[in-house]
Design a protein around this ligand. Structure first.
Ligand SMILES: [Zn+2]
Length: 136
């Protein structure tokens, strides 16, 4: 992808930055720290190209990822019932996942109060990967 097209989709995202409704509960996703899309974007699991076209959800409305946020600031831990319950998963995988997803969520809290451009939201290693892919 050219850096021109990168710039154009980031500006497209900025335009529709007014908040989306959660596809699970139907309520407004008012804050970036509640956004499942942005969480997955900062940890490198959502392509920036689809950030503004994917359905929005609250982080808590997507428990399979929310259960990996381990931070008292996040509030009560999310528990998943069923096959994706982290208590049933490999402990090493769970630790890795908790580290990544928790870092991602803390990153959202950081960018909430900064003027950082959306392209600079992701975690450093994710930012590098995106830039490599975009051919900067
Ligand atoms: Zn919701």
């Amino acid at each position: 992808m050219s850096s021109d097209s990168v710039a154009s989709y980031f500006s497209a995202m900025a335009k529709c930055d007014e908040g989306y409704l959660c596809e699970v509960c139907g309520l407004d996703v008012a804050e970036i720290v509640e956004s499942d899309l942005y969480l997955r974007y900062v940890i490198g699991e959502l392509d920036p190209e689809v950030l503004h076209t994917s359905p929005e959800r609250h982080i808590r409305c997507n428990p399979t990822i929310a259960q990996f946020i381990v931070d008292p600031e996040f509030g009560a831990p999310v528990v998943v019932e069923g096959a994706f319950d982290k208590r049933l998963l490999d402990p090493a995988y769970v630790r890795e996942r908790e580290t990544l997803v928790t870092r991602g969520w803390r990153r959202l809290r950081e960018v909430l109060n900064t003027e950082a451009a959306i392209i600079n939201y992701p975690l450093p290693e994710v930012r590098e990967a995106i830039q490599r892919k975009a051919g900067y």
